[in-house]
Design a protein around this ligand. Structure first.
Ligand SMILES: [Mn+2]
Length: 312
């Protein structure tokens, strides 16, 4: 495992220039030194939104994330929560080199002029106490507003505020505004109290993973709650994460955008330079025949590596 990881994490691998495994057919110029920089031209976007990377857990697909960050550039980069998994780190410290490399890469982007805004989620809620401050060139905010080229304003928030509501009364997603606002107010302290009473945090995304039968109605309720809250605040839509399900939907003129995650789906939300919102997957921006092939080296190993489905 470690040996394989080291091989995988070597700089030459990430640049896509590692030697092909013995079994693979050798390319025509086999044996020649790789060009000094064989990485494809980066994809340019106006804005990139990523969340739920869960750095500090074995589930994080850090090598893919790193590869994505290397091959994409943007004017704005929003980190929409659950970036570093503080809860997991507290239980069991896990911080391999590629996780560090991701942080370094983001810091470098910020230094070089990308406007990086970090909106903490529930797994990195310790970051919320720093809301309003800047760390290096990274702005930490409780929530943020992104203005699209066409002028529409999107509320950028992780989305876990909906958890308590979703746990106790999904129908609340459908009730009138006054009652809804009262419940949101109650919910504000709900999880804090829950943790204090020893129940642990209740997370919708965790729940969905174990409850297939309710997933659809829960996701609908989650989307409705977020859109409703965005509308209440006077925005034209919302960008969130939290439930690990990338999606762009427009309902009654309100945009719901979820940027997915880097544990399972390897997705980001982007606004192109032309102002179009799109979901991109790691695979879709990857130059064919490079990073993907490396998966064949050892497909049996643990959770930090690509899965066959993704690489196929
Ligand atoms: Mn979350």
């Amino acid at each position: 495992m470690m040996r394989w990881l080291q091989t995988f994490a070597a700089p030459s691998v990430l640049a896509g220039t590692v030697e092909a495994p013995a079994a693979a057919p050798a390319p025509a110029d086999s044996g020649a030194a790789p060009p000094p920089d064989s990485s494809p031209t980066p994809h340019r976007y106006r804005a990139i939104f990523i969340s739920d990377t869960h750095l500090g857990t074995r589930g994080c697909k850090s090598l893919y994330l790193l590869d994505f960050l290397r091959h994409s550039e943007s004017e704005y980069l929003y980190l929409v929560g659950d970036i570093i998994d503080g809860w997991a780190l507290k239980k069991n410290f896990y911080w391999p080199q590629p996780h560090n490399d991701v942080v370094q890469k983001v810091l470098r982007k910020a230094r070089k002029g990308t406007r990086v805004v970090y909106v903490p989620g529930n797994h990195d809620e310790a970051g919320r106490q720093f809301a309003g401050l800047n760390f290096g060139d990274i702005e930490i905010r409780e929530d943020a507003v992104h203005r699209l080229i066409d002028g529409r304003r999107l509320w950028v928030v992780h989305g876990d505020f909906a958890d308590g509501v979703m746990l106790h009364a999904r129908w609340l997603a459908y009730v009138g505004d006054t009652l809804y606002e009262a419940i949101l107010w109650l919910n504000h302290h709900y999880n804090r109290l829950r943790v204090r009473l020893g129940f642990g945090y209740w997370s919708l995304s965790q729940y969905l993973k174990h409850s297939v039968k309710n997933a659809v109605s829960f996701i609908t309720g989650f989307e409705l709650l977020l859109m409703r809250e965005a509308r209440r605040r006077g925005y034209d839509g919302v960008v969130c994460g939290h439930i690990h399900k990338a999606e762009i939907r427009e309902i009654d003129g309100m945009l719901y955008c979820n940027d997915g995650d880097w544990v399972e789906s390897l997705t980001a939300l982007v606004e192109t330079c032309e102002g179009e919102l799109k979901i991109v997957t790691w695979k879709s921006i990857q130059a064919p025949g490079k990073f993907v092939a490396r998966w064949d080296v050892d497909p049996e190993e643990g959770a930090d590596e690509p899965t066959r489905e993704v690489a196929a």
